[in-house]
Design a protein around this ligand. Structure first.
Ligand SMILES: [Zn+2]
Length: 190
């Protein structure tokens, strides 16, 4: 996902003491509930989902395979949906739940705020998460994301740091490279 700047600064101000390790067993027991919420949310918005190729971005195909771009779907919304983690029994992720995000990815679909839907860089960022979801699978993605969030905070959690680092390269007009291979290589280092 991609946060608004102000929230991002607040997150990066968190101290080591504020960061907590996550109760892995508790988290694993909640995964089916989170995945059910995600599937319900995706079904609810299925009619509004557009293929990313329909946006006509010129640079994304230089970085991502046509297979991934044909699979990825985008839903433009006023406010992106965030899983109700507190009511699902994960109060330790309350701050994350209450954050403001420009984009959020669930499986092969991502939501973007409507007034950012023309931002190719935001799409590039969310497509990193689509590739992460595809590579890890739903349960492993959610576990890795949550554990990274608990230990490192939002901006420096490994799956987000990866997306932001690649996005920064994209924003600096780096020469095109094979993103999916690069993402797989990074995931193997985590
Ligand atoms: Zn992200």
């Amino acid at each position: 996902m991609r946060k608004h700047g102000a929230i991002l600064e607040r997150e990066s101000d968190r101290t080591e003491n504020e960061r907590r390790s996550v109760n892995r067993e508790s988290l694993i027991s909640k995964l089916p509930l989170i995945i059910r919420w995600i599937d319900h949310t995706l079904a609810e918005h299925a009619a509004a989902a557009r293929p990313i190729v329909s946006f006509g971005f010129k640079r994304l195909p230089q970085f991502y395979s046509s297979a991934l771009l044909l699979k990825a779907k985008v839903v433009a919304v006023d406010a992106v949906p965030v899983p109700p983690l507190r009511s699902l029994g994960l109060p330790e992720f309350g701050a994350f739940e209450l954050g403001n995000y420009r984009g959020i990815t669930f499986k092969d679909t991502y939501f973007v705020e409507r007034h950012h839907e023309d931002d190719e860089s935001l799409h590039f960022h969310e497509l990193v998460h689509v590739a992460q979801w595809a590579r890890l699978g739903a349960e492993n993605f959610l576990l890795a994301y949550a554990e990274g969030l608990a230990i490192y905070g939002y901006r420096h959690s490994p799956l987000e740091a990866m997306a932001y680092d690649f996005q920064n390269d994209f924003d600096q007009n780096c020469p095109p490279f094979d993103m999916e291979s690069a993402i797989c290589a990074k995931l193997n280092e985590i």
